[in-house]
Design a protein around this ligand. Structure first.
Ligand SMILES: [Zn+2]
Length: 271
C-alpha cells in the first residue's frame, strides 16, 4: 500500500511533467474505479493539472478549471508513466494521455482503489476525506501527543488509524516502531510521555529518511513496472533476517492478510 514516502515521491515526479501538459484523452477501462464523477472524465480533455498534493494516502490533482481528481490507491493501486508504445499491463484500469504523448496509467490488481472527480469545494464529500486526521508530516509534537492520548489501544493500530493521523500504513508503522524501540502490540496506555515523544521523533526521522530514497526510486522506475518500493526497509517483511541494529532475528506475525515485523530484542513487549 502506498504510504507517505511513496505518494510524496509520485507527486514530486508527476507535478513538473503534468504542468502545462493538457489531457489529450481519457480512457476508463474499469469505469467503476471512479466512484464520483466518472461521467465527467471526458471533460478533463484540454485541461491541465496545475498541481498535485498529497493528503494522507490520497493524491489530489488540481485542474486548471477548479476541479480535483482525487486518487486513493488503497492496497494495490500503481501508477506508471509510459510512452504510448509501451505494452499495457493487463490490469490497467485508467489511462490519461497527455499532449506531450506520455500516458499516466493506473493499474490495480485488487481493484480496490478509488478515484473521484469533484469540484474543489466538494472535497469534503469524498468518503473518508472529511474524517481524515491531520497528515503525519504536518503534525507537531504536542498535537501528536494530544491525539494519541485519546486512544489507549495497541500502538501500531493507532499509528495506522487514518482518523488519528493520516498517511502511515502497515509498512512504515513497522519501520517507525522499530526506530523508536517500541513493540507494535504495546498499548499506548502503558507508554510514558517520553516514549511517545520518542515515537514522534522516530516517525519524523523515518519519513525523512525514506523520502529521498523513494524520490530516487520513483525517478528511475515510474517509467517501468512499479510494484512496491520496499527494498530499503529495515524490518518490514524481513521476518527471519537479522535485525540491522542488533542482529537478533526479526519476528513476523500475519493478521488479516497484513504482516507486522519487529525485533523483540530492540522492541521488548514491556508492560
Ligand atoms: Zn534488534
Amino acid at each position: 500500500m502506498p504510504e507517505i514516502p511513496d505518494l510524496e515521491a509520485i507527486a514530486g515526479f508527476l507535478a513538473p511533467r503534468l504542468a502545462g501538459n493538457p489531457v489529450a484523452t481519457v480512457e476508463a477501462r474499469v469505469p467503476w474505479l471512479v466512484r464520483t464523477g466518472a461521467d465527467a472524465l471526458p471533460t478533463l480533455v484540454g485541461h491541465a493539472f496545475t498541481g498535485i498534493r498529497r493528503h494522507g494516502k490520497f493524491l489530489l490533482f488540481a485542474t486548471d478549471d477548479a476541479r480535483l481528481l482525487v486518487v486513493n490507491p488503497m492496497l494495490t493501486g500503481r501508477f506508471h508513466w509510459a510512452a504510448p508504445a509501451e505494452r499495457r499491463r493487463p490490469l490497467t484500469g485508467l489511462v490519461l494521455a497527455f499532449a506531450d504523448g506520455h500516458e499516466l496509467r493506473y493499474s490495480d490488481q485488487r481493484r480496490m482503489g478509488r478515484w473521484y472527480l469533484v469540484p474543489i469545494e466538494a472535497l469534503a464529500t469524498i468518503p473518508q476525506m472529511a474524517e481524515l486526521g491531520p497528515d503525519a508530516l504536518a503534525l507537531d509534537e504536542e498535537t501528536f501527543l494530544a491525539r494519541l492520548r485519546r486512544h489507549p489501544g495497541q500502538i501500531k493500530s493507532i499509528l495506522t488509524n487514518q482518523k488519528v493521523l493520516a498517511g502511515i500504513g502497515n509498512a512504515y508503522s513497522d519501520e517507525i516502531l522499530w526506530a523508536a524501540g517500541l513493540h507494535p502490540h504495546r498499548r499506548r496506555a502503558t507508554m510514558s510521555v517520553d516514549e511517545l515523544r520518542r515515537l514522534y521523533h522516530a516517525m519524523r526521522e523515518t519519513l525523512d529518511w525514506a523520502r529521498p530514497i523513494l524520490a530516487q526510486e520513483v525517478a528511475e522506475r515510474l517509467y517501468q513496472e512499479n510494484n512496491e518500493w520496499r527494498a530499503h526497509l529495515r524490518v518490514h517483511r524481513r521476518a527471519g533476517q537479522p535485525c540491522p541494529r542488533c542482529g537478533h532475528e526479526i519476528a513476523g506475525q500475519t493478521r488479516g492478510g497484513s504482516e507486522t515485523n519487529y525485533c523483540l530484542h530492540c522492541q521488548p513487549l514491556a508492560l
